[in-house]
Design a binder for this molecule. Structure first.
Ligand code: ADP
Length: 274
């Protein structure tokens, strides 16, 4: 590893000769997609769970790695509460009602409300163990719900997992679009191809007159599209039904054919990296 390592191997003179960062692996998974936002609360986990549900509905086998170790919400969104167990030296993952497999720290806690008060190395070690020891082999897709920020945990994911593409989730608010740019820069630094933008909570629809209302102000997606040469793949409205299904652990039942199809199209357009 060179003194000035920024985690990107392609421009490093020590590439291929470095003992510090082990090569990332794909664990026998067809395609691996990370979902990131930089900032918390914009709907990154919701988009991860919707993407997994859409692919599952389209007939693909899917597992979700909940790498948001200190704010894990994937089990709740997908209604999974059984603990993983070890068989054949691999961590076997419990599945949702429709068959999406899930690996998350929250499935190991006695009470899902207990805080995970861990320092960076333990969080990174957990993510690595979930990836290296999980029974991912043979799945068509692994979806990785990245933690917010651009520090230890997302770096660990990108150095451990051979991510084929990243979806960047943002909201119309200026603050979210500023922070999602950090996530986009990180994936460029780490040589992870960007699939496009998902703008969540883009607008709300008035239940009385049907008028669209920009609840969080005007969108900044066109600036991001221009700056990074990205496309917006989907815009998701603020939707009470979606929020209620999330709370009930039934996100798989969400009906929005256009959105689900856009997510499937983005995922199947990904080329697995060698
Ligand atoms: P993040 O992973 O970015 O921290 P979450 O996906 O956990 O964010 O979403 C935060 C909260 O917002 C959740 O309670 C979720 O149910 C809700 N939410 C996300 N997107 C929408 C939406 N489009 N409409 C309504 N509620 C949403």
């Amino acid at each position: 590893m060179s003194e000035s390592c920024n985690g990107s191997c392609s421009s490093c003179p020590s590439a291929g000769n470095c003992s510090k960062i082990p090569p990332s692996t794909r664990q026998g998974v067809g395609r691996i997609i990370a979902v990131g936002s930089g900032k918390g609360g914009v709907g990154k986990s919701t988009v991860s769970a919707l993407l997994a549900s859409a692919l599952n509905r389209a007939g693909y086998s899917v597992g979700v790695l909940d790498a948001d170790v200190t704010g894990p919400s994937i089990p709740r969104l997908l209604g999974v509460d059984k603990a993983p167990y070890v068989q054949d030296n691999k961590i076997q993952m419990p599945a949702s009602a429709k068959g999406v497999k899930v690996l998350s720290v929250n499935l190991l806690l006695r009470d899902e409300g207990s805080p995970v008060v861990w320092r960076g190395p333990l969080i990174s070690g957990t993510i690595k163990q979930f990836w290296e020891d999980g029974a991912w082999n043979g799945l068509d897709f692994a979806i990785i719900d990245l933690p917010p920020g651009t520090a230890d945990a997302p770096l660990t994911v990108m150095q451990t997992v051979r991510v084929d593409g990243m979806l960047a989730v943002t909201m119309p608010q200026g603050l979210s679009s500023m922070i999602v740019q950090k996530q986009i820069h990180l994936s460029e630094m780490m040589d992870v191809p960007l699939l496009g933008l998902i703008e969540n909570m883009s607008y709300a629809v008035c239940p009385h007159c049907g008028e669209k209302w920009e609840l969080f102000g005007s969108s900044h997606r066109e600036e991001i599209e221009k700056s990074f040469g990205l496309k917006t793949l989907a815009r998701i409205p603020v939707d009470r039904t979606l929020a209620e299904l999330c709370d009930a652990g039934r996100i798989e039942d969400y009906e929005n054919e256009e959105l689900m199809q856009s997510l499937v199209n983005a995922a199947i357009s990904v080329t697995p990296r060698a």
